[in-house]
Design a protein around this ligand. Structure first.
Ligand SMILES: *Cc1c(COP(=O)(O)O)cnc(C)c1O
Length: 379
C-alpha cells in the first residue's frame, strides 16, 4: 500500500479517479518529528500512537538478526522456507498454505490485488481497520461499509450486505481502532453461513493482528477454520505482540486455491532476510510473548481505571490499545503533543470525539494519565 502523503489541500490531476479519491493513511507521528515541531527533547517524549510493543524488539530476535547480517549481500529466500516451516509446525498447517508478507498490511494488499477489480466490491465494518477501504479503493473496486454495532462488527448486517459483485469480506478480530472482539462462536457461524450461501465466490479475510493479546480462554485456533473453509484467509502479524513492527513481517494461512493466487501477485522478495530470521526467533520465544501479554493486561487495567476516574467513556479493549472518548479530541490531542505525549486521533475512522491510546510501559501509561488529567482539569 502506498502511504505517500500529500500535504492537505494539494490536488493531483493524474491517475485514475479511484486512486485520486483515496485519503492517504495517517500514521502515528514519529517521535523525532514531534521533537522538531515542538522543540522537545526526544528522550522525554512518550509515544502511545501506533500499537507497538512497548518492550521493543525481543533480545532473541536481535541475536538472530546479528547472525543473519552476513547474508545481506544476497537476496532473501523468496519462499521463506525456514520461517514457513516454523509457522507450519506452530499452527499445524502445511507450509504450502502459508504466504509471507512485508507486514500483514502486505497480505491485505495481496488479497485485494488478487481478488478485487473494478466491477467487484468488498464488505467491511464502519470503524474497522482503515487499510480495508484503502486496499479496495486502490483496485477501483466498490467498498461497502456496514454500520458498526457498539463500535464493533455487526456480522448479521455484514452477511446481508454481501452483494452479487462482492468478492472479499474483511473482518478484524480484535478490531483496530475500537478494540472490539467477536467471540469464536459468532465468527464460526458467520464463516459457515457465508460458505453455505456463496461457496468459494466470496473470500473472507479474517485479520487477527491482536490475537496474542487475547485472554487464553478467548483465543481460537483459526487454522482449523482454514481447514474447514476453502474461502478463508487468516492473517497474523509479528508487528504487535512479537515486537517486530519495524521489520515488517506478517503471514496468511489459506488453502492452496487462495495461497496460490496470493503468490501470483506477491513480489518475489517481499520479506527481507533479517525479518525472516527475527520472526523465527520471535515465534520460538514464548517467554517474550507471555511478558508482552502480562504487561499489556496490567497496562490496560491502569488506563481504563484512569479513564473511569476521569469520568471518560471508553470501549472495552481486546487489543494493546484503548479507545477513549475525550470530546474535543483535536484540542486534547494538541495539548498532549505540546506536553510530549503522542497518541492517535481517529477522526479519519469516523470517531471525531475519541483518541486511541496504545498501552505502554507502566511509567508511560502513568505519564499519559497525569498529562491528560491536567489537561482536562484546565479547559
Ligand atoms: C497493526 C495491524 C495490522 C498489521 O500491520 P502490519 O504491521 O502490517 O503487520 C493488521 N491489521 C490490523 C487490524 C492492525 O491493527
Amino acid at each position: 500500500m502506498s502511504t505517500h502523503e500529500l500535504k492537505p489541500g494539494v490536488t493531483t490531476d493524474v491517475g485514475p479517479d479511484y486512486v485520486r479519491a483515496i485519503a492517504p493513511y495517517q500514521a502515528g507521528k514519529p517521535i523525532e518529528e514531534l521533537a522538531r515541531e515542538f522543540k522537545l527533547d526526544p528522550a522525554t517524549i512518550v509515544k502511545l500512537a501506533s500499537n507497538e510493543n512497548p518492550l521493543g524488539l525481543p533480545a532473541s530476535a536481535q541475536r538472530a538478526m546479528e547472525a543473519a547480517i552476513t547474508t545481506l549481500g544476497r537476496y532473501p529466500d523468496s519462499n521463506g522456507f525456514e520461517l514457513k516451516a516454523a509457522l507450519s509446525a506452530h499452527y499445524r498447517v502445511p507450509a504450502e498454505w502459508i504466504t509471507l508478507g512485508n507486514g500483514s498490511n502486505d497480505l491485505l494488499e495481496l488479497a485485494s490485488l488478487a481478488l478485487l477489480s473494478p466491477g467487484s466490491s468488498s464488505v467491511y465494518a464502519q470503524h474497522a481497520f482503515a487499510v480495508y477501504k484503502l486496499a479496495t479503493q486502490a483496485r477501483g473496486a466498490r467498498h461497502i461499509m456496514v454500520s458498526a454495532h457498539d463500535y464493533g462488527h455487526d456480522l448479521n448486517a455484514m452477511f446481508d450486505a454481501i452483494a452479487d459483485d462482492t468478492s472479499v469480506v474483511f473482518i478484524a478480530n480484535p478490531n483496530n481502532p475500537t478494540g472490539t472482539f467477536l467471540p469464536a462462536a459468532e465468527v464460526g457461524a458467520f464463516l459457515a453461513r457465508v460458505h453455505d450461501r456463496h461457496g468459494d465466490r466470496v473470500t473472507v479475510l479474517l485479520d487477527e493482528a491482536y490475537n496474542e493479546y487475547l485472554d487464553p480462554e478467548l483465543r481460537v485456533d483459526s487454522a482449523r477454520w482454514v481447514e474447514q473453509y476453502s474461502n478463508l484467509i487468516v492473517s497474523r502479524t509479528f508487528s504487535k505482540a512479537y515486537g517486530l513492527a519495524g521489520l515488517r513481517v506478517g503471514f496468511a494461512i489459506a488453502q492452496p486455491r487462495l495461497t496460490d493466487l496470493l503468490n501470483r501477485v506477491r513480489q518475489p522478495f517481499n520479506v527481507n532476510s533479517l525479518a525472516q530470521a527475527a520472526a523465527i526467533a520471535a515465534l520460538n520465544d514464548a517467554a517474550f510473548l507471555e511478558q508482552s501479554y502480562d504487561l499489556n493486561k496490567r497496562g490496560k487495567q491502569i488506563l481504563t481505571e484512569g479513564f473511569a476516574r476521569l469520568g471518560l467513556e471508553f470501549v472495552p479493549s481486546y487489543g494493546n490499545f484503548v479507545l477513549v472518548r475525550v470530546g474535543d479530541a483535536a484540542r486534547i490531542n494538541l495539548e498532549l503533543l505540546k506536553r510530549g505525549v503522542i497518541v492517535r486521533p481517529v477522526v479519519g475512522d469516523g470517531l471525531p470525539e475519541w483518541l486511541r491510546i496504545s498501552i505502554g510501559l507502566p511509567e508511560e501509561n502513568a505519564r499519559f494519565l497525569q498529562e491528560l488529567t491536567e489537561i482536562l482539569g484546565a479547559p
